[in-house]
Ligand binder design. Sequence first.
Ligand SMILES: C[S@@+](CC[C@H](N)C(=O)[O-])C[C@H]1O[C@@H](n2cnc3c(N)ncnc32)[C@H](O)[C@@H]1O
Length: 449
Amino acid sequence: MEIKVGDQFTGEIIDFTHEGNGILKVNNLTIFVNGGLIGDKVVVKIDEIKRNFAIGSVVDILEPSIDRVKLDFEVREARGGIPLIEYKYSKQLEWKKEKVKKDLFKIAGLTDVVVKDTIGMENPFRYRNHVQIPVGERNGKTLIGFYELNTNDIVDMDSSILQPEIGDKIIKIIRTWMDKYKIKAYDRKIKKGIIRHIGIRINRDNEAMVILVTGNDKLPRVNELIEELTKEKVISIYQNINIANFSATYGKVYKKLYGEDKLLDYIGDYKFYLSPKSFFQVNRIQTEVLYNKAMEYLDLKKDDIVYDLYCGIGTISLYMAPYVKKVYGVEIIEEAVEDAKYNAVVNDIHNADFIVGKSEVVLPKLVKEGIESNKVVLDPPRKGCERAVLETLAKMLPERIVYVSCNPSTMARDVKYLVENGYKVVKVQPVDMFPHSAHVECVVEIQKV
Ligand SMILES: C[S@@+](CC[C@H](N)C(=O)[O-])C[C@H]1O[C@@H](n2cnc3c(N)ncnc32)[C@H](O)[C@@H]1O
């Protein structure tokens, strides 16, 4: 079928992509649709044509899905991060469970795995403790807000349901300051202007660290901004200089402008001091749920020796350490390992060692050196584990492996290998870390057969 940009089609949304686009099939054409929810009967306009699919947007909803909800508040931000916001929350959780089941069946060929109901949030709003908000300009007006799904278009916002309320106040102060002193958004194309992004980290006690990302080292009138920001509970302000032409938010150089070096946050009773560049799970409440499940599935004992591969700043390692003999955390980013070591001291934990390096290199080395481990945590990035990690596990045969995953497809691929090499999947627990997005996190209990 010959299609062109601007063509319109009618049909029913049958599924979501992992970015949260609705999926519509018309004859043999798959269309990813921004704004369509499962069950909606829609008219869709084609915006872009790719090799195997097209991208479209909803022109009209002919018949809304029975799972569409009427919100009792106005969404004042781009829906790129919350594409499912109008899909009933209980249905979001069901969809996430089904997605995990489907991937385990399609990719790993596993039909009989127990996948539990997704653990959702009691209050699934304002859950993000770190946001990175793009700043731009249109027709001379400053835009501060997230990108719309499938685009680089900033939707200006004065309030976000993703971040705690102090975040809204910070945006307002920065916007007023930019308008008053004519501070321009940075334009990457012409390399002019000042502000590229605003990073905001907010801790359990609603204190904030603000990171002003600039396109060069200039930051005029910053004292006036600091004066206003510190009227709120902003306890640390940094400038980050990002001269790169690509889209990564933060550059390499950080300059402290005000206050504390690090922001203190908690997961459960554990303290974590976060520098502006530390990786930290963005949903504090659900992270605790996730880690408790990981601990339960590992069935920790006092003489266990645990490898925590892909350990980030050592959060899971420190969480487990009091219950076991020894933990070894492995992480590729040197600064994260420095944070992990620092956080071990702060939490008075002395049985956790952290090693900088790639898991696929460090794990075989540890095994070769005879450092035994009977339990292993895997928490890789979206692309999953390197084959060398799985091959080493299949040789060392620890009694239990817990796989924490943010991508069910790569998780299913890796689990398949383990199942073919001496393991069985006991159960899978999806946890909703990102309500209103289509992202699914899960914890998998894997035992030696
Ligand atoms: C999903 S995060 C998990 C972090 C941590 N477990 C937590 O819960 O916060 C994945 C981590 O793996 C690290 N990483 C990526 N590739 C790696 C590799 N080949 N070897 C070791 N760590 C890696 C990333 O830097 C990141 O910190």
